[in-house]
Design a protein around this ligand. Structure first.
Ligand SMILES: Nc1nc2c(c(=O)[nH]1)N[C@H]1C(S)=C(S)[C@@H](COP(=O)(O)OP(=O)(O)OC[C@H]3O[C@@H](n4cnc5c(=O)[nH]c(N)nc54)[C@H](O)[C@@H]3O)O[C@H]1N2
Ligand SMILES: Nc1nc2c(c(=O)[nH]1)N[C@H]1C(S)=C(S)[C@@H](COP(=O)(O)OP(=O)(O)OC[C@H]3O[C@@H](n4cnc5c(=O)[nH]c(N)nc54)[C@H](O)[C@@H]3O)O[C@H]1N2
Ligand code: SF4
Ligand SMILES: [Mo]
Length: 688
């Protein structure tokens, strides 16, 4: 029997508790922790991949430096010294010519979250980019303008609702997003056992749709029309019920909505009137929650969608209600730690995009590197990100990266993006770090506090955690040491100042986690950070955009592309795990039989997919799970680029969906990329 360590799996947002059995440095097993109050023993196949990651021979353990096409291991001391010198020389020429791109795993590392600003401060740069603008930025803009804080998220009270409506999310594959909801399947089982219903609105009959009581197809990127019709239907059913006293302006919204013709909206969304009537009925009867996620955010109407979803929950009387949309009170309250957020503080140099939360659209990174002039990006620091595979028109960005004078990747792999770096700085292994779900526990279906110690000692005593690398870079560039408490000390401090006033020691004393119970209600308006602590529904910027909205979707005669996720992947970066890459090829073009026939494609045939940005060729998977006219390709593939060093991934490389997405296609209110709704042509690939 080895030693059992309690841990939180940090791979996805679900934050499942795991029990890791180790003998010395050998991992004997990784199992679900039944004592974890949030995940209750649930895990998915990715948890065991933590061991693959920890022991992956391709995982970098030492800093490496590229000279031409050759890579050399160097010491940390040399890496920091050279990067510091080269950065200072670039800054001396043009102080506005550096940039950062911060990827998704930063949301899963409290050490990164608390230390990334040291690097941006040392660089003194406004050129900040992140995965947020290919993801949840629309939700955050809506939160900011409605609730007064970009990080104040409402979540469905799944454990007490009677109706859960999911639009543009697939938690059976993703395990939930901006909603920490491990063990989704059993939570849905319990919902059904108490007579409740799950409804899914999605252009694909997804894994979640398949366990739902009802699935409604919607045309991609046309949800806004469905949501307008649904809001009208909900309002029509609730004319006599009082609205919460802290809510204002719903009547102004209602007045604006009269300009929309219901039938035209439904036709544009491809949804039947009876479906809307059903949804409105469920939303206004018992406790119900409408939850929208990635599919409604990564499209040109992302922010309008997020706003309309909030308005529907409000108008239906479901906000801050048991079984409705609720606001967790986390042990570490990020809304008192983070700034509220700002819009339009900076304007991007090339296209004049307004910043959101101090960030420019990730989709604009390439043009800022390519376009000459003062402020052209010459040095880029990528922290735990793979934008070549994850941002629109990745091949264009890839080419732009090649032209940089200095690129540094803080990453554990030499992958599609970091192969372009001059230096790759790898952090300690995944089991060698501690964990607290800083950003994710505030969106959890129960209020819990869980802390994980490192499971293993650092294999190499010289290796550095991400946060130490970030501080090391800051010091190397600025010449000033970072004198601040360690992340662990900061965590203790923040917890003690939090609503439950617990110390880190008290949290650690409960290795499976401390449980503060289900989400409370009646927390509004107290928790609001808006002026006057009101929810002013008629947000001017949103009202203006809605007033300008043309009903209808132009007929292009082309197919519309959407994405998808698989349980055994996580964006681009688990592709080198032996365990997870087993099984059938998952990088396929899902296409409806009618569309396949029209393109002359049979199941398994190679299909060429062409957009305005580029073309890729991949096998067709013919399935009536797709809405006719819509095709689906997963992202995070394309692992056969020269210079990559991921052996397992290379053997099952796939192709990148982001060769098709377009850098100019954005949600204007948030700068979020419109990954959904790309127009494509599909044909049988000519046999070479
Ligand atoms: N077409 C399309 N594109 C999409 C999406 C889509 O649905 N469709 N989804 C978008 C979404 S939601 C997101 S969040 C983005 C993700 O975009 P990114 O964050 O840019 O990409 P990831 O693939 O998550 O890559 C994470 C990188 O971090 C590294 N890494 C992993 N863990 C750690 C760590 O602990 N420390 C360090 N230093 N590095 C680490 C990995 O090796 C990898 O290089 O992709 C987006 N792109
Ligand atoms: N296994 C696994 N889990 C993951 C990840 C992963 O890569 N793999 N990634 C993690 C990350 S970074 C994130 S952000 C979350 C995302 O978590 P989710 O939001 O659940 O993301 P997806 O599974 O991509 O689901 C998006 C759904 O939107 C649908 N969709 C696409 N376009 C539209 C549209 O225009 N309208 C509507 N209504 N629906 C549309 C798609 O068909 C898909 O079913 O997942 C996280 N968890
Ligand atoms: S659902 Fe997410 S957190 Fe849970 S085991 Fe899987 S990858 Fe880890
Ligand atoms: Mo994401």
């Amino acid at each position: 029997m080895g030693e059992i360590h309690h841990r939180t799996c940090h791979i996805c947002e679900a934050n499942c508790g795991v029990l890791v059995e180790v003998e010395g440095r050998r991992v004997v097993s990784i199992k679900g922790d039944p004592g974890n109050p949030l995940s209750r023993g649930h895990i998915c196949p990715k948890a065991t991949a933590l061991e693959d990651l920890q022991n992956d021979p391709d995982r970098l353990r030492r800093p490496i430096k590229r000279v031409g096409e050759d890579w050399h291991e160097i010491s940390w001391e040399q890496a920091f010294r050279e990067i510091g010198e080269r950065t200072r020389a670039i800054l001396a020429r043009d102080p506005a010519s550096t940039a950062t791109y911060v990827g998704n795993p930063n949301a899963h590392s409290y050490g990164n979250a608390l230390n990334a600003h040291h690097l941006t401060k040392a660089l003194g740069t406004k050129n900040q980019f992140s995965a947020s603008t290919v993801d949840q930025m629309p939700h955050q803009v809506a939160n900011l303008l409605m609730y007064g804080h970009a990080s104040l998220f409402g979540i469905p009270d799944i454990d007490r609702t009677e109706t859960l409506i999911v639009i543009g999310g697939n938690p059976m594959a993703s395990n939930g997003s901006v909603w920490t909801v491990p063990d989704f399947r059993n939570r849905v089982r319990a919902l059904k056992a108490r007579g409740g219903q799950l409804v899914v609105i999605d252009p694909r009959r997804t894994e979640t749709a398949k366990i739902a009581d009802r699935h409604v197809f919607v045309k991609p990127a046309s949800d806004v029309f469905l949501l307008v019709a649904l809001l009208k239907a909900v309002m029509a059913r609730r004319t006599f019920q009082p609205v919460q006293t802290f809510v204002t302006g719903l009547d102004q919204v209602a007045a604006l909505l009269t300009r929309f013709d219901d039938a035209a909206c439904l036709a544009a969304a491809g949804v039947a009137a009876e479906d809307v009537a059903f949804l409105a009925e469920r939303l206004t009867a018992g406790p119900a929650a409408l939850y929208g996620r990635l599919g409604i955010a990564t499209q040109r109407h992302g922010t309008l969608n997020a706003w309309l979803i909030a308005l529907i929950n409000i108008a239906a009387g479901q906000l801050d209600r048991e079984g409705g949309t609720v606001f967790p009170i986390p042990a570490l309250d990020t809304i008192s730690m983070l700034p509220r957020g700002s819009l339009g503080k900076f304007t991007s140099r090339v296209s004049g995009y307004k910043s959101a939360l101090g960030e420019f659209p990730a989709a604009a990174l390439a043009e800022e590197i390519e376009t000459p002039g003062e402020g052209q990006i010459k040095a880029l620091f990528v922290v735990a990100g793979n934008p070549v595979l994850s941002t629109p028109n990745g091949p264009r960005l890839d080419k732009a990266l090649e032209s940089l004078e200095l690129m540094v990747s803080v990453d554990m792999y030499r992958n599609a993006t970091s192969r372009r770096a001059h230096y790759i700085l790898p952090p300690t292994g995944p089991l060698e770090r501690d964990h607290y779900g800083l950003f994710l526990l505030p969106m959890a279906v129960r209020n819990v506090a869980v802390y994980s110690k490192p499971t293993l000692e650092r294999e190499d005593p010289d290796s550095l955690h991400d946060w130490e690398i970030l501080r090391g870079l800051a010091q190397a560039i600025s010449g000033q040491p970072v004198q601040e408490p360690t992340p662990r000390e900061a965590l203790d401090n923040l917890l003690q100042r939090g609503p439950y006033k617990v110390s880190l020691a008290e949290v650690e004393a409960a290795p499976s986690g401390l449980d503060f119970g289900p989400p409370r209600t009646g927390v509004l308006p107290d928790r609001l950070r808006s002026d006057g602590q009101t929810i002013a529904c008629a947000v001017p910027a949103f009202m203006e955009a809605l007033a300008a909205l043309d009903v209808g979707v132009p007929e292009t005669g082309k197919l519309t592309l959407i994405g998808r996720r698989h349980l055994r992947t996580n964006n681009s970066w688990l592709a080198n795990s032996h365990r997870l890459t087993k099984g059938p090829n998952r990088c396929t073009l899902m296409i409806h039989p009618h569309d396949a026939a029209a393109a002359g494609l049979a199941d398994g045939d190679m299909a060429k997919v062409q957009s305005a940005s580029g073309a890729i060729t991949l096998p067709a998977e013919v399935t009536d799970d797709m809405m006719p006219g819509t095709v689906s390709i997963p992202h995070g593939w394309g692992h056969d680029l020269p210079g990559m060093a991921m052996q397992v991934a290379r053997a099952r490389a796939g192709v990148s969906a982001n060769a098709l997405t377009e850098s100019g296609a954005l949600d204007p209110l948030s700068g979020n990329a419109a990954l959904s709704g790309v127009q494509v042509e599909v044909a049988a690939a000519s046999v070479a």
